[in-house]
Design a binder for this molecule. Structure first.
Ligand code: NI
Length: 309
């Protein structure tokens, strides 16, 4: 499916992916004791067995491996992203409402981090981003926002974008409209209550949202659906150097890079990843800034076509 586009052809087994992610979300729900659906013991054991059966594949999950410190001290000063004074207000009239990448001039890219906030990893990531003057976009889960509102407040205060990643991280394409609205509204309200922030975009968990739902979400909340063009499969492989090399080798101008601040190993991969991208001349913007530039670019092209038929 094009919604699952992964340019490095490292496509996960969908069942393995879903099982692994359900285990993660279950742990989050159990920890916070909220109203999110929980796995039964039987389902948990079944999913664990499924993951174990997949563990002999080449891209197996290496749970418990020590994070590798990814930036040696001998490389000189930390590179910094230029301050990007770009507008975040985009208008998508007569344009697409689904984005995997943007068409822009210049080496602009957006880093996105899903499934937080997480109480240790997200603050560590915020430190890494601040050192480099990089603004990123965080697709947060509402129930985790309710559990860690202070982390969301800090994220907003430091100039990052927040996007809607649903309340409980369910597969939205399997839901009816009322449940879909509840997922969107609950996450929207959680972020608003925590930080006063109004989100402008959404990313469906697992990339799962059909076209009719995308139009419904856009008409109701104004959220375009944001997917990705670079996927390091960081939920599956827990070696920071592998995550880093996958991102660096596949990133392109206008890229929307998918990563997860849920995972300590992903955060450990970021210093090296971000530094290499900066050394290659990439500049980091938020998703809304990227969309605003894309939208202007598309309008200019349309006007050019009208002026020079
Ligand atoms: Ni997610």
């Amino acid at each position: 499916m094009e919604d699952r586009f992964a340019p490095n052809a490292l496509m996960p087994d969908p069942l393995q992916s879903l099982a692994f992610r359900m285990l993660q979300q279950s742990a989050c729900a159990d920890q916070h004791g909220d109203a999110a659906p929980k796995l039964s013991r039987r389902a948990f054991l079944g999913l664990s067995a499924l993951l174990t059966s997949c563990a002999t594949q080449p891209e197996s999950v290496l749970i418990g491996q020590d994070p590798i410190t990814s930036r040696p001290d001998t490389r000189g000063p930390i590179p910094r992203n230029p301050t990007m004074r770009l507008k975040s207000n985009f208008s998508l009239a007569n344009q697409d409402i689904t984005y995997r990448r943007a068409l822009v001039s210049g080496n602009l890219i957006a880093m996105t981090f899903d499934d937080g906030p997480q109480p240790e990893n997200t603050p560590r990531l915020l430190d890494i981003l601040r050192e480099r003057n990089i603004k990123a976009t965080f697709y947060v889960i509402g129930k985790c926002v309710n559990a860690y509102p202070d982390v969301v407040r800090r994220t907003v205060e430091e100039g990052h974008e927040i996007g809607n990643h649903s309340q409980t991280h369910r597969l939205l394409s399997s839901l009816g409209d009322s449940a879909l609205h509840w997922e969107m509204q609950s996450c929207r309200d959680a972020v608003l209550n925590a930080s006063g922030y109004h989100m402008r975009t959404m990313r469906p968990p697992y990339g799962g949202l059909n076209q009719r739902q995308r139009e419904l979400v856009y008409q109701t909340y104004g959220y375009p659906t944001i997917l990705w063009s670079v996927d390091p499969l960081d939920w599956q492989n827990r070696i920071p150097s592998v995550i880093s090399s996958r991102i660096v080798s596949h990133t392109h101008p206008g890229a929307i890079v998918l990563a997860h601040d849920l995972h300590a190993t992903t955060v450990s991969a970021m210093p090296s990843t971000l530094d290499q991208l900066l050394y290659r001349g990439y500049k980091f913007v938020t998703v809304s800034q990227l969309l605003a530039l894309h939208s202007e670019h598309a309008k200019e092209q349309a006007q050019g076509l009208t002026a020079n038929p």
